[in-house]
Design a protein around this ligand. Structure first.
Ligand code: AMP
Ligand code: TRP
Length: 340
């Protein structure tokens, strides 16, 4: 298949489940902003249908959706340059998701590590929703509904984008068409995997036990600063070369965060801070994080005072998303032979 047949188009999404973290910002949103206004048409989504694969309080879900939208906007997603909307407003996601449930194989789903992590094993896994199991096939629908060619994500989503490619290939093969692109995952930069501040072997996530292990995008300046100053480290100073971080997950994580926040490579950070102790590096990191993040949390709080404006932006984005999705969905129905 030639890649050139498809318009260069980016799609990515974030779930409105719990608040946004520094992992979402550096691994996803900041990179989405960087891809805006260049060679790609950019489509960014708040994936509320994905959020309900685990229980969400109906009284909180709409505001959680608006808060992720506010996070995108406050970080620099421009609704003129990008299409910004929430998934539930474009019914094609669920429709194509069903067709892909009939393309994907149970054996493929059984290999998805995120399902195993989230659902546990044995009786726990049996109590997981069917939606949680089918989640990657809905994600493939999100991407392929727009014939997206590139998907920027954090490293934890790599397997799901590979599954998306498998679904596209099987669909094209089974129906003897060259219709869906083989989407490329874009996983690059120093922050594709931001780790927990109390345990550098675990991913920073929305749902960890202690709030001290993550930076929330709604944290104020004092909280951000305190969390970095109390972050777990080891007794050694920063090494002279990157190799010196190999067996030091907490130290490596803080260097990566610094690099990503300041648009540097981790090599550049090491070159600048070689031999420095934590008494020097941590306050520098805390100040940098406050400088970059506090304005965003302030702007998110301001935007959340005007929910109607956020709703207008999402609704306009959904109209534009539908314009791209509808012809692709229509052709998909025709290819499958569904009478409409
Ligand atoms: P989620 O919050 O699970 O919907 O994730 C949305 C996006 O943020 C995905 O692209 C994830 O890969 C990315 N992401 C979430 N947590 C992290 C993390 N700790 N490090 C890097 N990227 C992350
Ligand atoms: N599964 C992604 C996550 O948990 C969120 C997501 C849903 C997504 N649909 C997507 C990401 C499409 C990229 C493209 O982080």
């Amino acid at each position: 298949m030639t890649e050139t047949k498809f318009t260069p188009r980016v799609f990515s999404g974030i779930k409105p489940s719990g608040g946004l973290t520094l992992g979402n910002y550096l691994g996803a949103i900041k990179r989405f902003v960087d891809m805006q206004g260049g060679q790609f048409e950019t489509i960014y989504c708040v994936v509320d249908l994905h959020a309900i694969t685990v229980w969400q309080d109906p009284k909180e879900l709409a505001d959680a959706t608006r808060e992720v939208a506010a996070g995108y906007l406050a970080s620099g997603i421009d609704p003129e340059k990008s299409i910004l909307f929430n998934q539930a407003q474009v019914s094609g996601h669920a429709e194509l998701g069903w067709i892909f449930n009939c393309v994907a194989r149970v054996g493929w789903m059984n290999r998805m590590t995120q399902f195993k992590d989230k659902a546990g094993s044995g009786k726990d896994a049996e109590a997981a929703s069917l939606g949680l199991y089918a989640y990657p096939s809905l994600m493939a629908a999100d991407i392929l509904l727009y014939h997206a060619t590139h998907v920027p994500v954090g490293e934890d989503q790599k397997q799901h984008v590979e599954l998306t490619r498998d679904i596209a290939k099987k669909f094209n093969h089974d129906f003897k068409v060259d219709f869906f692109p083989e989407t490329i995952p874009v996983i690059e930069g120093p922050a594709m995997r931001v780790m927990n501040l109390r345990d550098g072997t675990k991913k920073m996530s929305k749902s960890g036990e202690s709030d001290m292990e993550r930076i929330n995008m709604t944290d104020d300046a004092d909280t951000i600063s305190k969390k970095f100053k109390k972050a777990k480290t080891d007794p050694e100073p920063l090494p002279e070369t990157l190799d010196g971080l190999a067996e030091r997950p907490e130290a490596r994580n803080l260097v990566n965060i610094y690099a990503a926040l300041n648009d540097m490579t981790n090599e550049q950070v090491i070159a600048e801070y070689a031999g420095a102790g934590w008494g020097k590096f941590k306050p520098a990191l805390a100040d940098l994080a406050v400088e970059k993040l506090a304005p965003i949390s302030g702007e998110m709080a301001r935007m959340m005072q005007d929910r109607a404006e956020i709703d207008r932006i999402l609704s306009r984005g959904a109209d534009r998303a539908r314009e791209i999705a509808e012809p692709i969905l229509k052709q998909t129905y025709e290819i499958v032979g569904l009478l409409r």
